[in-house]
Design a protein around this ligand. Structure first.
Ligand code: UT7
Length: 340
């Protein structure tokens, strides 16, 4: 709808890159750790394996993802003006992980900050970054989703430990005056009543770390999976359909749904509700599990590298996560395929 205004400045995604750690934790590995089975995990979640960062922190993965992204764009770090890191596993409560990334990649002229919106982190951060470009104040904004979920996972809790993995992926936003390239529309939501179903109780100002918080395992994430599942299906599907309706898009007009990868069943239900052919739904949860803020840009990076995205491709990015937070973004892809 916004592309009717031909003089508007759009935020276009002009580069993408990702990083995943080498270490693989398979379903068979979990069979040795908790009372579970490869069959249960595959059938209930779609996950076969996930990546684990053995040494280092969220900023290390984010820095590598940004460096890969810069290589793909063919520019140096000194051209970056803003770094926005979406994460729920910051290196520390402060300073912002964005500042640590800035130092690690040598982006001397950039400022930056973190966005905490759990599994919707990348979607919320992308819309935030978009504002800096659309205002005309900035020309190169980096948005990274990076999470070391293994650092807040209780590997004795079979309900959650099989779900999550570590990864990072980044995009570059630059201005475009082409109304058919860039971020065209978005809808974001939150509902704080969801806090009790998905959270990490300890370590913040409510429950600062004590021996008791450690004993009670409050420094690990907690999820009531069943409760979250129901609202995630409805939330992600509704907001994706809302974006289609607002922009008069039929399922044929959409080239790809780029969904947050929390559970294959949620992703498939969302695609079905949108009337989209399964071949147009990006799915890599089988290889990475739920990497929280990294899932959506990781899909973008892999599908671009595989030559499946071309300038003008119509994408709907869609997420649901803790908060609750959820949202969808309509993107017209801008980058030529690396495969020509
Ligand atoms: O990314 C942020 C948003 N998060 C989500 O969207 C995640 C939403 N939730 C889910 O993806 C699913 O609810 C889960 C994958 C977490 C769980 O699947 P489910 O089909 O909802 O299973 P459930 O929680 O209802 O559990 C069914 C049974 C239970 O046993 P009983 O009580 O029926 O005897 C669980 O104890 O499965 C049991 N169970 C397991 N069994 C084998 C739970 N985890 C496991 C496991 N292996 N890893």
């Amino acid at each position: 709808m916004k592309n009717e205004n031909k003089t508007r400045q759009y935020a276009a995604i002009t580069a993408v890159g990702h990083y995943v750690p080498d270490k693989i934790l398979s379903n068979a590995d979990f069979e040795k750790m908790v009372d579970t089975s490869d069959e249960w995990i595959r059938e209930r979640t779609g996950i076969r394996e996930r990546r684990i960062l053995e040494n280092g922190a969220t900023s290390d993965m984010a820095a590598k993802a940004v460096e890969n992204m810069l290589k793909n764009r063919g520019i140096g770090p000194d051209e970056i003006e803003i770094i926005i890191v979406a994460t729920v596993t910051p290196d520390m409560l402060f300073p912002p992980t964005a500042c640590i990334v800035q130092e690690k990649i040598g982006a001397k002229k950039a400022w930056g900050f973190d966005v905490s919106a759990a599994c919707s982190g990348f979607v919320f951060a992308l819309v935030t970054g978009m504002q800096f470009i659309e205002s005309g104040a900035y020309k190169k904004v980096v948005v990274v989703g990076s999470d070391k979920m293994s650092s807040i996972t209780d590997y004795t809790d079979r309900n959650t430990c099989i779900l999550f993995g570590d990864a990072a992926a980044a995009v570059l936003l630059e201005p475009s005056t082409d109304p058919n390239l860039g971020i065209l529309d978005h809808r974001l939501y939150c509902d704080g009543s969801g806090e009790k179903y998905l959270h990490m109780k300890g370590g913040g100002s409510l429950n600062p770390p004590t021996h008791e918080t450690v004993d009670k395992k409050w420094h690990y994430m907690y999820q009531d999976g069943k409760a979250v599942f129901k609202v995630a299906v409805i939330g992600m599907a509704d907001v994706s359909v809302e974006i289609m309706k607002r922009n008069n898009l039929t399922s044929d007009d959409v080239d790809y749904l780029v969904p947050h990868q929390a559970n294959l069943r949620i992703v498939e239900a969302c695609g079905k509700r949108m009337g989209i052919d399964p071949s147009k739904v990006m799915i890599n949860i089988d290889r990475y599990g739920n990497t929280t803020a990294a899932t959506i840009p990781l899909c973008l990076s892999e599908w671009w590298l595989a030559g499946k995205l071309k300038p003008g491709s119509t994408l709907i990015l869609s997420s649901f996560g803790a908060g609750y937070t959820w949202g969808a973004i309509l993107v017209k892809w801008s980058i030529e395929s690396p495969k020509g």
